[in-house]
Design a protein around this ligand. Structure first.
Ligand SMILES: [Zn+2]
Length: 60
């Protein structure tokens, strides 16, 4: 099975870790405690869709 993809909630940098351990620190922006597992692609798309709808409603 493939390793889970991770992403940084601070800078949105996405990466695949070399081990199964989730690093404490983002390798890109070097922040602590911002790295989380990426949800399934469909969940991610749903999140983006929701954000887009919210922004559109605010613009009205
Ligand atoms: Zn980061």
């Amino acid at each position: 099975m493939a390793l889970p993809k991770l992403y940084c909630t601070s800078c949105n940098y996405q990466f695949v870790p070399k081990t199964e351990k989730v690093p404490n620190r983002c390798p890109y922006c070097d922040r602590l405690g911002t790295v989380e597992k990426v949800m399934q692609m469909q969940d991610l798309l749903d999140d983006v869709g929701r954000e887009t709808i919210e922004k559109e409603e605010r613009n009205r």
